[in-house]
Design a protein around this ligand. Sequence first.
Ligand code: FAD
Length: 390
Amino acid sequence: MSMKFTADESAFRAEARQWLGENSPGRLPSMDTENGARAHRQWERTLAASRWSVVAWPEDLGGRDASLTEWVIFEEEYYRSGAPTRISQNGISLLAPILFQHGTADQQARYLQPMTDGSEVWAQAWSEPEAGSDLASIRSRASRDDERGGWILSGQKTWSSRAPWADRGFGLFRTDPQAERHRGLTYFLFPLDAEGVTVRPIGQLDGDAGFGEIFFDDVFVSDDDVLGAPGDGWRVAMSTAGNERGLSLRSPGRFCAAVDRLVALWNERDADSAATSGVVDSWIAAQAYRLYTWGTVENLSGGGDIGAYGSVNKLFWSQLDIGLHETALELLGPDAELRGEGAPADGAWADDYLFSLAGPIYAGTNEIQRNIVAERILGLPREIDARKKP
Ligand SMILES: Cc1cc2nc3c(=O)[nH]c(=O)nc-3n(C[C@H](O)[C@H](O)[C@H](O)COP(=O)(O)OP(=O)(O)OC[C@H]3O[C@@H](n4cnc5c(N)ncnc54)[C@H](O)[C@@H]3O)c2cc1C
């Protein structure tokens, strides 16, 4: 792997750094509150107006046709500037790649552009009360409505991030109850204000309504909003899961920026030796993740596939995130509890620590990722399926 950038890539980095230096809003209020969501949508508009919202997309969709290398460079600069996590993340990182891959021309025309400027924020509606890790056991169903040319959705989804503030959702429904578990599933796109949809906010650990339950009470969705072929939803969904665990959700720029802030905090505080070693470990882990990611970029740019290695990324970034925040709290001591005026970083370390605790759960729990690594990368025997008779 070479870490040398071309003149064009270096110019791209300089341009991004300058624009972000002049425009980054820094930390915004939580996007899981009404005011915060509004401020985040405004930031998405600002990014889109200068074509920094979706740099890897084609120019006619508001992007810059950036390469994967340039995209990672942009992410490094984005987080370096202190800019906030994107409210459009579900749309631009999870749904858009499969819209490009499986969507019709009409779906691409309708849905891609409004997600670039925050005018349509999407929620991922996969999990159900009895179907998280074992996603193929979902029970929400869709039945055919030939008369109207579409489907009727019913059932319940849960843990849908941003659903209380989002405009639209994407998710899997069972369309053929007779088919095998992974078959007979169909991928639907739907508006969250459709007749028959109820979104009930769920408070997170910090009290904000970061999630929602979504109830479907005979919701009509036309054939135009089936993504991929009916019955092919599992395959379509799996092309998103690799994205979520791999590069797109947690690019290393985010952790490098956090660890830089951690080093600054350590410099400000009279650190004891125990916290010092935590700072060093976090710094090394962030750099290791960055280098590993550049290796992945080289592999993907050469036509490789991230495949099961997305699970390695996921394990690494989720543990790194917790470790660095625990170290920050150790450095802050009782001050970590402070909020409001005079609180260190306005209480951001403690807020981010609470969120880091969710890292081993969302995007597929770490226990499941370890199974994937064991079976698909290390070639260990498959785990015993308790549902199968001996
Ligand atoms: C912050 C956050 C955001 C989220 N956002 C979304 C979202 O936007 N959309 C969405 O659809 N979902 C979302 N989720 C839900 C998330 O995907 C699920 O919580 C996750 O898949 C785990 O499913 P579960 O909660 O049903 O736990 P379960 O699957 O019931 O697991 C419970 C425990 O058992 C372990 N376990 C289960 N099966 C095995 C096995 N075979 N081997 C070993 N251990 C096992 C799990 O690892 C876990 O520790 C979010 C979750 C969080 C925390």
